[in-house]
Design a protein around this ligand. Structure first.
Ligand SMILES: Cc1cc2nc3c(=O)[nH]c(=O)nc-3n(C[C@H](O)[C@H](O)[C@H](O)COP(=O)(O)OP(=O)(O)OC[C@H]3O[C@@H](n4cnc5c(N)ncnc54)[C@H](O)[C@@H]3O)c2cc1C
Length: 444
């Protein structure tokens, strides 16, 4: 430990793992006995399983965010991006909002920087695609979809109208299938307010490299999800790759091509690339290898004071047996974080560490309003009951009662007053109309 009065716990990333680990250490040790610092460029934790419902307008964007200021009271918050981890001298370099850098020292570091979209060097992807991991992306997707519907209702050019009304998603895992399911459902429901548009004008395409979608749910439920989407007119292209999307002209490996104004990329995640700028050992998947007690380990055994969990790490899944590892999901991230927090506290107090052990509780997914799939133990559930379970599970898992209540009120209101079909135009240029007014005044 350093010379500082109390041990310094530095948490890199304020997502699932960062938020829950910080709260657990604070709860176990009390703020007088530990100095907790959390670094994140965003002032909130995003509850990602609700992003599809943000995109469909079922939940207000702010309600899926847990404020660091509110929920991590007593912890020091640093708004910035970790750019380098130097474990050899127990420091981390952070780039602050104003471009300056700060060097933070630690006794214990929790690397909880999560994952980022795994993109490929596909022509046009970086310029034309949009990811689906941040709340900003879910909001932008919703607004763009509504802008396209409004624009398409007025344009005369048939090809342009088709382009505006074609929505392409790449990646049929949880995030892609749920996002597409919710947005498609929202668009179909919105069409009654667009008398100039016909349902047949709208096209949704899902491109998936594997021979199935929703692999997390197993064969039967994956097949059900596929049939569900196809029965709604979604074109699902299995065993197909996106080859190019320059200027929104989509070309796929099966020789098909079409124009699509919106392209959502949800084809996998990779560990946060900041790891390449660290002296921490990485395993074959490029992640931090954890021991079951969540200490990071390398060839020479566990590193002193380095902990990790969640999407950036590989954690043994003791409940599934020897040689098995936890899948990267929220269910594990939250529980690993609590165990990690407990173990940091135990390590500071000289107590023995405990291993992470969690038996999978099942999986739930929504494919639009009243449509879902779920697996609980060996029981497979489809349709409305699965959708209810999805909502029930996630609202309980959402951090803080404040957020849970707000989300419940959102749903309650929608149940009695229909969906919210309003989108905010010009969010990216909020000063535009003021500038126009100022410029027109200057000309007089
Ligand atoms: C659309 C979507 C839907 C999902 N649905 C489900 C679901 O239904 N069920 C389920 O179990 N799981 C789901 N998941 C997966 C789940 O959200 C993740 O497994 C979980 O978020 C992992 O937690 P984490 O703390 O490792 O990473 P995150 O929660 O992503 O947190 C990482 C944090 O690090 C911060 N960060 C990143 N880079 C830096 C940097 N350089 N410096 C400082 N901070 C940084 C980020 O801002 C973020 O706050 C979904 C994911 C997505 C994207």
């Amino acid at each position: 430990m350093s010379n500082s009065a109390v041990p310094r716990v530095l948490i890199l990333g304020g997502g699932y793992v960062g938020l829950y680990a910080a709260r657990q250490v604070r709860k176990r040790l009390g703020l007088r006995n530990v100095a907790i610092t959390v670094v994140d460029p965003r002032p909130y934790m995003t509850y990602q399983p609700f992003l599809p419902e943000v995109a469909s307008g079922a939940i207000e964007p702010r309600h899926v965010l847990a404020s660091h200021r509110r929920d991590l009271r007593g912890c020091k918050l640093v708004t910035g991006k970790v750019t380098e981890i130097r474990h050899a001298d127990k420091t981390v370099i952070v780039e602050l909002e104003d471009g300056n850098t700060e060097t933070l020292e630690y006794d214990h570091v929790v690397v909880a920087l999560g994952a980022v979209p795994r993109t490929l060097p596909i022509p046009g992807l970086a310029e034309h695609g949009i990811g689906f991991k941040q709340v900003e992306e879910a909001v932008a997707l919703r607004d763009r979809v509504f802008n396209n519907l409004s624009e398409a209702a007025s344009v005369k050019d048939e090809a342009e109208r088709k382009r505006l009304l074609t929505f392409t998603f790449v990646g049929g895992g949880f995030a892609g299938a749920e996002a597409l399911g919710e947005v498609e459902d929202m668009v179909r429901a919105a069409l009654k307010f667009y008398p100039d548009l016909h349902p047949a004008d709208v096209r949704f395409v899902l491109i998936e490299a594997a021979p199935r979608i929703l692999p997390e749910l197993g064969d039967e439920l994956g097949q059900y999800g596929l049939a569900q989407l196809r029965s709604r007119g979604v074109e699902v292209k299995l065993e197909t790759f996106l080859n190019s999307c320059v200027d929104g002209h989509i070309v796929t490996s099966d020789g098909d091509e079409w124009d699509s104004d919106i392209l959502v990329w949800t084809a996998g995640m990779k560990p946060n690339p900041v790891l390449a700028n660290s002296d921490l050992p990485l395993n074959q998947t490029g992640r931090l290898q954890c021991l079951p007690d969540l200490r990071v380990t390398g060839e020479d055994g566990p590193l002193e004071g380095v902990w990790s969990a969640g999407d950036i790490s590989t954690v043994p899944d003791l409940a599934s047996g020897e040689g098995k590892f936890c899948p990267p999901n929220a269910q594990h991230a939250v529980r690993q974080a609590r165990r990690l927090g407990e173990n940091i506290a135990a390590s500071i107090q000289g107590e023995p560490l405990k291993d992470y052990f969690h038996k999978n509780k099942g999986i739930v997914a929504s494919l639009g309003l009243h449509k879902g799939v779920a697996q609980v133990g060996k029981i497979k559930i489809k349709g409305y009951p699965a959708w209810m379970m999805h909502r029930g599970y996630h609202v309980l898992a959402m951090p803080t009662w404040n957020r849970k209540l707000r989300i419940l009120i959102n749903w309650f209101t929608s149940a009695f007053s229909n969906r919210d079909f309003v989108s905010v135009v010009q969010q990216e240029k909020p000063r535009q109309s003021f500038e126009d007014a100022a410029n027109s005044g200057a000309k007089k």
